[in-house]
Ligand binder design. Structure first.
Ligand SMILES: CC(C)(COP(=O)(O)OP(=O)(O)OC[C@H]1O[C@@H](n2cnc3c(N)ncnc32)[C@H](O)[C@@H]1OP(=O)(O)O)[C@@H](O)C(=O)NCCC(=O)NCCS
Length: 181
C-alpha cells in the first residue's frame, strides 16, 4: 500500500455501506485516509504488520485492501483484515487475494495461526472466512463501541500448515523479523 493509493482507497473507507461492520465510521476525507495509510506504511516498515492494496491485473488503482496485523513472531500468529469496494463484491476477488496472503503468512513469515475478528452479523465476511477454512472460536460480547452503541464481535481462527505448496512463494521483505526454528 502506498500513500498515493489514498484517493482510490477513500472510495472504500469513505463508503458507509462498506464500513457498516468496521470498528470506526467511514473516514471523513481523502486527507484522513492519507494519514491512516501513512501510519500503516510506517508500521509496515518495522515489520509489525503488512498492508496491501488489492488491484485487478493490469490496473494500478486499488479496489480494496488487506492486511496482516498484530504479527507475533514468538507465538507465530497474526490477525488478518480486508475490505473491498462495493462494486467489486461478488466476484471472488477477496478470496483470491486472501489465499495469497495466507500463503505469504505460511511460506514467507512461517506463521502457524491466523485470526480474524468480524462484527456479529457481517454475513459476507463470515462466509469468506468459512470458505478459507477459518473456524468460529467464540464471541466477544460488546467488544466494539461505535457511534454510541456497543457491538459483539466473532473471532475466527485458522491453523496453518508448515507450508502451502500451491501458494505463490512471496519474497520475504528485508524488514520482516526472522523466526528461528
Ligand atoms: C467481506 C468482503 C471482502 C467479502 O467480499 P466478497 O466479494 O463477498 O468475497 P469473495 O471474494 O469471497 O466473493 C464471494 C462471491 O463471489 C462469487 N464468485 C464469483 N466468482 C468467484 C470465484 N471465481 N471464486 C470464488 N467466488 C466467486 C461467489 O459466488 C460469491 O458471491 P455471492 O456472495 O453473491 O454468493 C466484502 O463484503 C467487504 O469488503 N465488506 C466490507 C468490509 C468488511 O466488512 N470487511 C470485513 C471486516 S472483518
Amino acid at each position: 500500500m502506498r500513500v498515493s493509493d489514498a484517493a482510490a482507497l477513500h472510495a472504500v473507507w469513505g463508503d458507509a455501506e462498506a464500513m457498516r461492520y468496521w470498528d470506526w465510521p467511514p473516514l471523513k476525507s481523502v486527507e484522513v485516509t492519507r494519514d491512516v495509510i501513512a501510519r500503516q506504511c510506517d508500521e509496515a516498515k518495522h515489520g509489525d504488520a503488512f498492508y496491501w492494496s488489492m488491484c485487478l491485473d493490469g490496473r494500478r488503482a486499488p479496489i480494496g485492501a488487506c492486511d496482516l496485523s498484530d504479527i507475533d513472531t514468538h507465538h507465530r500468529r497474526a490477525e488478518i483484515g480486508y475490505l473491498l469496494a462495493r462494486e467489486f463484491w461478488g466476484h471472488g476477488y477477496a478470496i483470491e487475494a486472501l489465499r495469497v496472503v495466507i500463503g505469504y503468512a505460511t511460506n514467507a513469515l512461517k506463521l502457524e495461526r491466523l485470526s480474524a475478528r468480524t462484527h456479529t452479523g457481517n454475513a459476507r465476511s463470515t462466509a469468506l472466512l468459512k470458505k478459507l477454512g477459518f473456524k468460529h472460536e467464540g464471541t466477544l460480547r460488546a467488544y466494539v463501541w461505535r457511534e454510541g452503541t456497543r457491538r459483539d464481535c466473532d473471532i475466527y481462527g485458522l491453523l496453518l500448515p508448515r507450508s502451502i505448496e500451491d501458494a505463490p512463494r512471496a519474497t520475504r521483505p528485508r524488514k520482516a523479523k526472522r523466526i528461528n526454528r
